[in-house]
Design a protein around this ligand. Structure first.
Ligand code: FES
Length: 573
């Protein structure tokens, strides 16, 4: 390796004041002099945190990456970035996705790093790291932390989130005791790793692999399986090789790889959150990706995997059945994917999965006889969502995909919490539940409240699903006929802000329509009385609200779209 070709040589190469400063201070960790003689420096970007339980095993994982880097002749340096724990952060981890991406981007650019390994797990850590790294464009490889083992409760498998929603409804419907509910907590979460349904974390791990940004097999190996450590070691080795080959992120990511990822999202019954995250990542990489692409490219694709929340099984089953490589092979054989798309191991995605086996057809279905047809994300538009809204048909009730009903409006999430279980609430199974002010600017941070639990009195009647509409997001582990990401959002005066209880709303997913049956003249009158919410007064929340884009644009901050590359910052000592 010629050290003059390495970015890190600008720090560690010169035999002067600055070279002494950069090498000397690093030597206080015990590194010998030859580590600074032209070895590729691999930054291991770690989202470890005990407040992000899904990523709490990442320091151990990083040690395996380091072994691989050292074996391949590199110099591993682990560094922390802001960790985003979905289960704990308030008001929502999504508020901080863009902040974490800034941390990633600036940490990489400011330091003597030649290549990067991204350690990603819990929902928002994956898009935040890919976004930040894309804005730097060094040789970069992703490594997911892996899903938890399947939850086991009373002899049954239970899935992260999905099982919680179900049991929570059972408690409210009087079918489960609070004691049993509490006992189920440790049964659901019984190993290291992230949510083991096809929620957002597993979806984004699949998206990482589908984009070509990880080694094959990354998405599904359970966190505690020894093969996760092996993959980490191989990832470390490969990061060094990528620096030598100058295989930058921009050489892996392409319009084609994003189209592949959209199609894969349909085939795995993936989370609606992937829509926002992939648009944001693409725009960091300078690739135009729009909301309508999701419908145009992916909506008619079949779902091939029988995983919760759209189906029955869990990520552990998915891994044993063949994992994502088996799904990619099915999709390539069906002519749905561009098998020539580049991946981080230097091979095409088609080459990587050419021999991928399927071990269990109950979990991974053949493309000729899929688990569900036309399962990709659908985008509906109309006077209620001029810039679009999304629905996940694979998780919805087929009979509700065309529905006209009376709106029951909740002005914000507090109003929803206060009234949803009020026995006097005028609502029935045909009503359309509407929630406002939960979009990117609205809450702020676009929380995952679009699922809107059903009224307890209707649950007791046996109602299982209703049409729900909001500018919020929904957990990838949720299910139901839920229209999300309505744009423009209520907080900027989108038509959603003008809906009143009693209005009729018509949803027709096949026609891609979402119509508020109120005349333009009446809406104009209502608009005159509309008052904007006050903004947060200070801090990051104020910066966020001033600059966040709408959901259909990826909800990135407007000044973060694009890349500044990895130009070496000026020396200031
Ligand atoms: Fe971290 Fe679900 S809470 S992945």
């Amino acid at each position: 390796m010629n050290k003059r070709k390495l970015r890190s040589a600008a720090w560690f190469g010169p035999n002067d004041f600055h070279g002494f400063l950069h090498r000397g201070w690093m030597k206080n960790q015990g590194w010998p002099a030859d580590m600074f003689e032209g070895k590729p420096v691999i930054g291991i970007c770690n989202t470890w945190s005990e407040l992000t339980p899904c990523n709490a095993h990442f320091r151990e994982l990083a040690e395996w990456v380091k072994k691989g880097v050292l074996e391949a002749g590199g110099f591993p340096v682990e560094f922390p970035v802001m960790s985003l724990g979905e289960a704990n952060m308030r008001p929502t981890a999504m508020l901080f996705r863009n902040l974490a991406s800034m941390d990633v981007e600036e940490s990489i650019r400011a330091n003597p790093i030649d290549g990067v390994v991204l350690l990603m797990g819990c929902d928002k850590t994956t898009p935040a790291l890919l976004m930040g790294a894309a804005s730097c464009d060094l040789p970069t490889i992703g490594l997911s932390g892996g899903p938890m083992l399947s939850g086991k409760y009373n002899g049954q498998d239970i899935g992260s989130g999905t099982g919680l929603w179900q049991m929570s409804d059972d408690v409210r419907a009087g079918k489960m005791s609070e004691e049993d509910f509490r006992a189920a907590e440790s049964c659901m979460n019984r190993s290291k790793g992230h949510c083991m349904t096809m929620g957002t974390a597993s979806t984004m791990a699949c998206m990482t692999e589908a984009l070509g940004m990880s080694l094959p097999g990354n998405a599904a190996i359970p966190a505690v399986d020894a093969r996760r450590a092996t993959l980490a070691q191989l990832t470390g080795r490969r990061a060094v090789e990528m620096v030598v080959a100058d295989l930058r992120m921009s050489k892996v990511l392409s319009r084609s790889s994003f189209e592949n990822a959209i199609r894969v999202n349909a085939a795995i019954g993936g989370s609606t959150n992937a829509v926002i995250h992939l648009i944001a990542i693409a725009r960091r990489a300078g690739i135009a990706l729009e909301l309508k692409d999701w419908d145009n490219i992916g909506s008619t694709l079949p779902c091939l995997v029988n995983l919760q929340p759209s189906g029955k099984y869990l990520m552990e089953d998915f891994y044993y059945a063949g994992g994502l490589p088996a799904v990619l092979k099915e999709l390539i054989e069906a002519g749905f994917l561009d098998g020539a798309a580049q991946t981080v191991n230097g091979k095409t995605i088609g080459e990587n999965v050419a021999k991928a086996p399927v071990w269990n057809r109950q979990v991974i279905f053949p493309h000729q006889a899929p688990f569900k047809k036309n399962a990709g994300i659908a985008v509906v538009v109309g006077n209620l969502a001029p810039d679009g809204a999304v629905i996940k048909p694979s998780a919805a009730t087929p009979e509700l995909m065309k529905h006209r009903g009376r709106a029951v409006v909740f002005e914000n999430i507090e109003d929803f919490e206060a009234r949803i279980d009020d026995p006097n609430l005028e609502i029935d199974a045909s009503s359309v539940m509407v929630l406002k002010y939960c979009g990117p600017k609205g809450y702020p941070g676009m929380p995952e409240v679009g699922f809107m639990r059903l009224p307890a009195k209707l649950l007791r009647q046996g109602v299982k699903d209703m049409v729900r509409i909001s500018d919020a997001r929904m957990s990838g582990t949720s299910y139901g006929t839920v229209v999300l990401h309505v744009a423009p959002e209520a907080a900027i005066g989108g038509p959603l802000a003008l809906v009143q209880t009693g209005d009729m709303i018509s949803l027709d997913v096949a026609a891609r329509q979402l119509i508020l049956e109120v005349s333009d003249a009446d809406l104009a009158e209502r608009r005159k009385k509309w008052v904007a919410l006050p903004k947060p007064e200070r801090g990051y929340a104020r910066l966020y609200v001033d600059h966040v884009l709408q959901a259909n644009e990826g909800a990135d901050l407007d000044f973060l779209v694009g890349s500044s590359g990895a130009e070496i910052p000026r020396e200031s000592h």
